[in-house]
Design a protein around this ligand. Structure first.
Ligand code: CO
Length: 289
């Protein structure tokens, strides 16, 4: 049975610009596409980074991410395929596999490793970095493994929606955050299917297509491997996405900007240079473990 897609929005946002990711490698040589990099941190505040990894070649991922520190923000790892073992200095250990999420608040400091637990087959997923407000940057580290079955989902008008964070069409996501109110959706759209999501105009938002393609009413098309930054048009009330002629997968991510200074040195993200110097000192002195 097919029904007309629900119309919630009067003034959907348009695409401000399309961004192609940068192929890079991180950890011990894991190949990935860096979709959101340093030059977009201000524009997409509170999001600091988005990496997309996806390969059938074990040489691209097998070495994983050996022990490394973080301070001042949160890392959200979403596995589409494959298994990754996580261990950290706070004593947490967990395994994320197909469809599961690991949400880690580094706060004042965590040292962790992320290691693939397979030596053949496909490994694919995302890591998103979400900034913390200044007052929470040195908070107690926090960690949660969310299995695929624990990610709330619903289907509507040919669209399957997995709600990792925030709220969509009355379905609360696996994680809520007070200050930045992040929305993190994984959308699977049938060919031609349409999805609407209300969004406050002041929230920064983007869509990343990883299969198929999306089109906007302006005629703008978003092919796979591209991020569409959504315009913060005053008076806009959300986003309307329509799949092209292929089955389409995309992430829709949005949040309230912190509007605070961003100072980054590798895996440390603070507000000032002095705080970065302190982070490096604390790491070298073993105070992050
Ligand atoms: Co890490």
């Amino acid at each position: 049975m097919s029904t007309a897609a629900t119309v919630l929005l009067n003034h959907p946002r348009e695409v401000e610009r399309l961004v192609a990711g940068q192929p890079t490698s991180d950890g011990a040589g894991v190949k990935l596409n860096r979709v959101l990099s340093n030059n977009l941190q201000r524009r997409l505040d509170p999001f600091l980074m988005l990496d997309h990894f996806g390969t059938d070649n074990p040489d691209d991922y097998i070495a994983g991410f050996p022990d490394h520190p973080h301070r001042g923000f949160e890392t959200i790892t979403y596995m589409l395929n494959g298994r990754m073992r996580h261990r950290d200095s706070a004593g947490h250990e967990g395994l994320i596999s197909d469809g599961g999420v690991q949400w880690m608040t580094a706060g004042r400091g965590v040292i962790h490793s992320e290691t693939p637990e397979q030596n053949e087959g496909r490994m694919a997923g995302f890591q998103l970095w979400l900034n913390l407000p200044a007052k929470d940057k040195l908070c107690q580290p926090w960690y949660r493994d969310i299995t695929s079955a624990e990610v709330p989902e619903f289907e509507q008008d040919g669209v399957k929606v997995r709600v990792i964070a925030g709220e969509s069409h009355g379905v609360a996501g696996a994680v809520q955050r007070q200050h930045t109110e992040p929305l993190y959706l994984d959308l699977s759209l049938a060919p031609g299917a349409r999805f609407e999501q209300p969004l406050p105009a002041g929230f920064n938002a983007f869509v990343y297509v990883f299969e198929g393609g999306l089109k906007f009413e302006s005629g703008c098309q978003v092919p796979p491997g591209r991020m569409a930054i959504l315009a913060n048009t005053p008076g806009s009330d959300g986003v309307r996405l329509t799949a092209g002629e292929q089955p389409t997968r995309a992430l829709l991510i949005a949040g309230r900007p912190l509007n605070e200074p961003i100072a980054q040195y590798g895996p440390f993200v603070m507000n000032t240079e002095a705080e970065l110097v302190q982070a490096v000192r604390d790491f070298q002195a073993g105070r992050l473990a």
